[in-house]
Ligand binder design. Sequence first.
Ligand code: ARG
Length: 460
Amino acid sequence: TTDKPWGGRFSEPTDAFVERFTASVDFDKRLYFHDIQGSMAHATMLAEVGVLTDAEKEQIIAGLTEIREEIEAGAFAWSVKLEDVHMNIEARLTSKIGITGKKLHTGRSRNDQVATDIRLYLRDEIDVICAELSRLQTGLIALAEQEADTIMPGFTHLQTAQPVTFGHHLLAWNEMLERDFGRIQDCRKRVNIMPLGAAALAGTTYPIDRTITAKLLNFTCPSENSLDSVSDRDFAIEFSAAASLLMTHLSRFSEELILWTSAQFNFIDLPDRFCTGSSIMPQKKNPDVPELVRGKTGRVTGHLISLLTLMKAQPLAYNKDNQEDKEPLFDVIDTLKGCLKAYADMVPAIEPKRDSMREAAKRGFSTATDLADYLVVKGMPFRDAHEVVGKAVGYGVQTGKDLSDMTLQELQQFSDIIADDVFDVLTLEGSVNARDHIGGTAPAQVRQAAQRARTKLTAR
Ligand code: ARG
């Protein structure tokens, strides 16, 4: 026998390297709060079904409460010899309250224990993440509403396409984030199922009542199958997939902010407090926050791939492989929280350079489609109108004139059905105002869309 909690059948101590190699306490100690929460519920249930006495349950809960305080005070001596967070806490409980501490693990295994801990932990982190995401969306919607009338060029292929409003562009980001929120909430439903009671893999011989523990821990219900409960980590994969998509959206957002702060675009400014300088080039103000968020997207997606690969060849039920789920998942959570905080703080502080955006919208013939639509209204088939306007643009390129800078006579060279009213559609305002339907860029629509977005947000 050895000094391990499982040492009964062993005849020599664990190899020193193997001890360190197999231990997870360095990273799974962050589950301490939820491990204790789960243990308290387990002990309470065991007392209710008569496996523990009430006095034993009280002793266990008091001991666990003290241990939680020790951990939070930084006074807990974590031991690699005790392998993981679960055995560290259990061993400490026994050293504190004696023989009763050894009864806590009745009808339970570390396999259902750890699956329960991760789900409890992830559920809490999801709630923090969703609150931060809502804060980001609140700022984004407010900025969009404020910029409902601001005109900028809209792009396809990163070439000037048609004028849009800045508010409309910002609300496009909100739509992506809205779907991300929905995905994470949907994932939360599947996280919130309780594996506790599955024990090692087959369930337990004690008369446990899993509905009691599920209720105590605010799980929707106990899981259906003990083998599945201790072995799958699809809930962590699903969360990481939703997180990867969210990061992908933040990364695209970042890419635009980075472009827009450049002297070449000059669409926005970010306050100094979100930027850093260069140690050699005195003029530099770099958009580090969006750049880092863009960069961190790779690591989150990488963790998703790690988790998928971790699971792909595991036979039922629990395998030690699963201990490798924690570091990727924790880093997904930490990275996402950091990026969301940075964005929620930064987005309301974006300073639009309205004149510069407007100037850019005027360059690049952004109202060419409007001129074609104008000719169609006057009776010309669209394909012909496309050709006519193409010629007018060619003339504009040669002469350095935007369509709205040309005189009526100049425009009439290309079609004699062009009349004085053409200038109403060639202005930037005319162009955006004309796209006046649900989902269109007209300022009136943007204001309504912002209102609807805010209603959804407050209904959460
Ligand atoms: N540290 C382990 C993990 O993270 C806890 C479960 C260990 N179970 C076992 N049978 N060795 O997965």
